[in-house]
Each structure stands twice: as C-alpha cells, then as structure tokens.
Design a protein around this ligand. Sequence first.
Ligand SMILES: NC(=O)c1ccc[n+]([C@@H]2O[C@H](COP(=O)([O-])OP(=O)(O)OC[C@H]3O[C@@H](n4cnc5c(N)ncnc54)[C@H](OP(=O)(O)O)[C@@H]3O)[C@@H](O)[C@H]2O)c1
Length: 298
Amino acid sequence: MMRLLVVGREGQVARALAERGPTLGADVEFVGRPECDLTDPASVARAVMRGRADVVVNAAAYTAVDRAESEEALATAINGPGAGAVAAAAREIGAPVLHLSTDFVFDGLLDRPYRENDAPRPTNAYGRSKLVGEGSVAAANEAHVILRTAWVYSPFGANFVKTMLRLGETRAEVGVVADQCGSPTSALDIADALVAIAKRCAAVGKVEDLAGLYHMTGADEATWADFAEAIFELAQQHGRRPVTVRRITTADYPTVARRRANSRLDNAKLARVFGLGLPAWRESLQPVVSRLMAGVQA
Ligand SMILES: NC(=O)c1ccc[n+]([C@@H]2O[C@H](COP(=O)([O-])OP(=O)(O)OC[C@H]3O[C@@H](n4cnc5c(N)ncnc54)[C@H](OP(=O)(O)O)[C@@H]3O)[C@@H](O)[C@H]2O)c1
C-alpha cells in the first residue's frame, strides 16, 4: 500500500486526506504542530525523516489572508522556507513532495482563467508568501508537484460554506460580493486528487517528468454570491428557511487584504498530464451541505 506522509493535521485538506486516504488504498500518516512546526525547519526534518513515506504532502500553511497583512514575516517564514523545509526533508528520504499553492499568486486582472505559465503578480502579503513557497519547494526537491487551488471548503475547519450556514441561522438576507469570480473547490475532491497524483508519482520511475506547477479547482465557475445562493438553496432542502443573497460589490465589502476580480484557474494541464479533473462545484457542494446540516462535521 502506498504510504503518504502528510504535514499538517488539523487543516481542511489534512482532515479530508484522513477521511479519504484509507478508502482509496493509501496508508496515511500525519505530522503537525507542535512536533513538526514549519517555523522550525529542524523539527520538520526530524518529523519527516522519522516516518516512512513513498510521497510527502504538505497540507500545512499560514492561511489567514487578512491577518497576513500585519504578519507578513511570519506568513512568509511558514509558507516560504517552511514549505521548502518540507520539500527538502522529502528529498532526503527520496520521496516526491506534493504542495498546495493558491490563485492569490495572480493579480486577478486577466479576463480568462489563469494558466500555469501566466506571470504571477501577487497583490497581498499572503499571495507573496505563497509565491515564495512555490520557489522554495521547487528549489529544494526536483520531484515536486505544486497544485494551485482556490476557494476551498469542506465539512472541516473554517470556510465560506460554514460561514454562510451560520449567518443563515439568524438572517433573512445576506450581502455577498458578486464581482469576484472563481471556482469553489471541495477539500474532499482535493484529497482524492492528491492520492491519485501520489500513486502516479510512486508508480513512475522518474517523477521529474511530471514535476511542476498545476492548477486544480472545482469545475465550473461562480461568483461568491452564486456560491452563497447555492448553499442557501441546498440548506432550504434540509428545512432551513430561505435566505436572500443581496449582490454587493467588492467596494461595498472592504477587507484588510486586497481581493481580486478573477480567481479562475485553467485546469487543462492537470487533465492532460494526470488525466484528472475535479467534479463540478455544485455536485461536490451538495454532500458537504448535507453533512453540515446533519451536524456530522467533526
Ligand atoms: N482555504 C483556501 O481557500 C485555500 C485556497 C487556495 C489554496 N489553499 C492552500 O491549500 C493548503 C491547505 O489549506 P487548508 O484550507 O487546508 O488550510 P487550513 O485549514 O487553514 O489549515 C492549515 C494547517 O496548517 C497548519 N499550520 C499553520 N502554521 C503551521 C506551522 N507553523 N507549522 C505547522 N503547521 C502549521 C495548521 O495547523 P494548526 O492546526 O496547528 O493551526 C493547519 O493544520 C494551503 O497550502 C493553502 O495555502 C487554500
């Protein structure tokens, strides 16, 4: 059985891997804080090199987009050299590393979905820190697959779906931005794809041939307002009263870190090289809302 070592234990992607890995025939082991802290590269090396792994997955990151504006040094240490330390430790044990990055490496001004070879130009501290990480990972381990994703939700942790369901408990109307476009992505689908990619990497002699950057989001696009409407429609099917989505603009909803109009990522390379594509976001949203409404989230 393929052995996956996942750095990060409590995040959305890590918990999705814990749920999906065993059903997909992967033996998944986790390391995380405090014994494996990305601000302490020696702790990362110790934790990764103690385990036995065919493939290492980095599911740990500094992900507080707004807070990163006032903590850029910490965000950069974790998402840059911290991610590089995971990749280097994987190289030490002869394993490829799968790493997650973000659409925030782009400025969001392009009028089509971003491709892997479009020039990155982050507009906030989080995006800059993740871009540093892409470089650190690639430099530390030739056998790397870096997957940029976006708008991640799941039954776990904090995310947009859970926020909307919470707001819908007390409000009949919620204002949601309708001028930012992207693709909602289920962490459970990310987990399935990571296992498939890891299996392929473990099976091929030379991972370097597959190595590089890939875009991976749910299929089809949406605005945050479309996403919210779909969440409230599904919640209604579970007995919630209707909630109206008031379509607002980014200017109406100021945030500390700058948000961009276009978060869409072109997933064609992932399909071409790995034969993989994530399901349409509406399809994947339904079971997550059902779980959350049934209260079976952990
Ligand atoms: N969420 C999104 O919308 C989104 C979009 C695009 C890309 N991504 C990327 O996808 C990946 C997974 O995201 P996610 O949503 O699963 O993240 P998440 O739920 O915020 O989880 C992040 C994990 O990183 C761990 N972590 C943070 N700082 C650490 C450190 N110094 N040392 C060790 N572990 C540390 C956290 O540990 P604790 O539990 O100890 O706090 C947590 O388990 C990240 O690389 C993220 O940048 C996410």
